[in-house]
Ligand binder design. Structure first.
Ligand code: GLA
Length: 367
């Protein structure tokens, strides 16, 4: 009888211990499932995403909270949307995004205070429709920057102050924008000064694309070096990182990062996406020979390799890289669905249209 009791007890203990093991492994699996990009990279840099206020009302919000610890407003803080008329600001969308970041303990990047695109038409003309003077334009820029930066003081830790002023033409330094034609280069230094006055704690960035191109990179470096030398409050360079399955190469990206590190400024990748089509820099209409709606196994593989390469190098440069932000959440929607080819679907992100991690995701977190 005693023997039977012993056997019974041993059996109960064995079942209990295997149950215990199962619970711990289930807990571990659950934890693993809950883990997001931000957790894998917690000792490297914050991982951000550009959002619309709409995305925060959908199932994308759950994914954003799980995966990211920094956000940028995709459009809501650009001059046109936020300052549609001289005496009228539209705060609703930007406020909603800032509130979401605060509620969820996320960092918030501000984008962008001065750009040649998405600028409101009133900015450059007077009531008669004539081009305004440099003095008037700088005053408008100051009012804009002071108002926007002050509103989010202490809530936005870093601002893209000036976006894309370097020309894409090899033999031209500055982009010939309305800002430049009216003010000359002074609008750049002034923009940084106005932003710094409004929030002395905010980190201020110069942000640009095609920074992997040696000629353009040299000009960007020249610009930020001159700004620093002139005592302009600039703290970082934003590398937009709109790349594709055919670029950058490992050497090109390594050289890009190391050249920018030499400026002594901090770096952030501010608008990362990897198009599944070869890189084209100008917008155009669709052509019969364009491939449409194709995310083939081959493209999936190429995209995975570029993502893997990028993050390997990002990790290598973690001392200088203080953030990596994706431009849009998932392949459901991206600005690349309409650029460079209007109406051509692209698949540039780490999450598919059902918000599931793609193969590239697993390469990014495997290290
Ligand atoms: C540039 C801008 C971004 C965004 C992208 C395309 O990179 O900095 O704000 O408009 O173009 O969406």
């Amino acid at each position: 009888m005693r023997k039977i009791a012993w056997i019974f007890m041993l059996f109960v203990l064995a079942v209990a211990s295997s149950y215990g093991q199962q619970t711990t492994s289930t807990q571990k699996n659950n934890q693993e499932k809950q883990k997001g990009l931000k957790d894998y990279y917690s000792t490297y840099f914050p991982i951000g995403v550009a959002v619309s206020p709409n995305a925060l009302q959908t199932d994308e919000a759950t994914l954003i909270k799980r995966e990211f610890n920094s956000i940028t407003a995709e459009n809501a803080m650009k001059m046109g949307p936020i300052h549609p008329k001289e005496n009228e600001y539209f705060w609703e969308d930007a406020d909603a995004i800032v509130a979401f970041a605060q509620r969820n303990n996320m960092k918030m990047r501000g984008h962008t205070l001065c750009w040649h695109n998405q600028t409101p038409a009133w900015m450059f003309v007077d009531t008669k429709g004539d081009t305004v003077s440099k003095e008037v334009l700088l005053k408008r820029l100051k009012d804009h920057i002071t108002t926007v930066v002050s509103r989010y003081k202490g809530k936005i830790y870093a601002w893209d102050v000036v976006n894309e002023v370097i020309s894409d033409q090899e033999d031209e330094f500055y982009r010939q924008s309305a800002w430049y034609t009216i003010c000359g280069e002074e609008f750049i230094t002034e923009a940084f000064r106005y932003a710094h006055e409004a929030d002395p704690q905010a980190l201020l960035f110069y942000n640009d694309y095609n920074e992997i191109d040696a000629v353009k990179r040299k000009k960007i470096i020249q610009l930020v070096t001159d700004l620093k030398a002139a005592g302009v409050p600039i703290h970082g360079i934003g590398l937009q990182g709109h790349w594709a399955v055919n670029e950058p190469s490992a050497d090109q990206l390594e050289k890009t990062l190391s050249d920018f590190v030499d400026t002594g400024l901090q770096l952030q990748v501010t608008e990362l996406d990897i198009s599944v089509y070869s890189k084209e820099h100008s917008g155009r209409e669709s052509r019969p020979e364009d491939e449409h709606d194709v995310f083939t196994t081959e493209k999936e593989q190429q995209q995975m390799e570029i993502y893997k390469l990028c993050f390997e190098l990002f990790r290598k440069y973690k001392k200088h890289l203080t953030g990596v932000t994706f431009w849009n959440v998932s392949d459901r929607h991206s600005w690349l669905d309409n650029f460079p080819v209007r109406g051509r679907k692209d698949y540039p992100l780490l999450f598919d249209q059902n918000l599931k991690p793609k193969k590239a995701y697993w390469e990014v977190v495997k290290f």
